[in-house]
Design a protein around this ligand. Sequence first.
Ligand SMILES: Nc1ncnc2c1ncn2[C@@H]1O[C@H](COP(=O)(O)OP(=O)(O)O)[C@@H](O)[C@H]1O
Ligand SMILES: [Mg+2]
Length: 313
Amino acid sequence: MSEILKIKGLVKRYKELIAIDHLDLSVKEGEIFGLLGPNGSGKSTTINCILSLLEYDKGEIEIFGKPMSPKAYEIKKQIGIVPQDVAVYDSLTVYENIDFFCGLYIKDKETRRKYVQEAIDFVALNDFVKFKPNKLSGGLKRRLNIACGIAHKPKLIFFDEPTVAVDPQSRNKILEGIEQLRNNGATIIYTSHYMEEVEQLCDRILIIDKGHTIAEGTVDELKGMIKKSEIITIEVAGLDNTALDMVRESNNVYSVSYENNQLKVEAGAGKHNVIDIVNLLQDKGYKMKKIFSEQPTLNDVFLELTGKQLRDE
Ligand SMILES: Nc1ncnc2c1ncn2[C@@H]1O[C@H](COP(=O)(O)OP(=O)(O)O)[C@@H](O)[C@H]1O
Ligand SMILES: [Mg+2]
């Protein structure tokens, strides 16, 4: 796979604040690449630097193998942008908005008409083409924003937090749509502070915090970077301290808590964690009810690598 986007040593300051601190990043053709970080970590700043919408202090940015610049029109026309804040014209209808953005890049009338219609179909706004944006719900407005960004069939598409303040149904539609765009041949860069979305959608993820790269890899690679690999929950009544100590001292276990008859055990990589603990409690005569085991989340990765929660809600 060829490299579509390459960033080396990107530095962006807002006065004293170093918003992006020597960021390296590489995205391959056909990937859905996730930029995951809490609010204020520098996701939008990174995107806006890549797109030459923002001047930066240092670094090199190449798109399609060529240096990106404010005047790199040949590159820009192959890029789609779905900005974090919905950016459409209130005075234009849904159709006119999509037509306007498409028309920035597609000059042939017939092609343009076809592309606009395909974008409308894609985000399912057919019933709303004559509406002005202020008559649309939040979710529909987001879909219009997406249609405006993708109508000209760009090869590389940036989605900056496209699901913030969107109802779950529209959110799923948006995520499905992004996968479809990739399946149709586009490369996607997707930013979010919702780890579940990024985990579900992205092939590779770069986690950032305060403009620094925290980690990069596939979901499995990221989860492999931390000690915790399994969280076991067992519903069991009346555990005494001796039993708790035995669990604590078991192979692989490094954290144990017990509250409201729920035993929670965090264990490192190992094959028999659940069986070992169940056997141990059974031997002591404890009756267990629900037992389940979970994988760590990207929040656990963030927590272990930075010492704080990724979640902010
Ligand atoms: N125009 C600006 N002027 C000054 N500081 C800014 C500006 N835009 C963003 N910042 C700061 O830069 C940091 C990164 O912001 P941003 O890129 O918007 O983060 P994210 O998109 O991850 O939420 C934050 O600390 C933010 O307050
Ligand atoms: Mg942002």
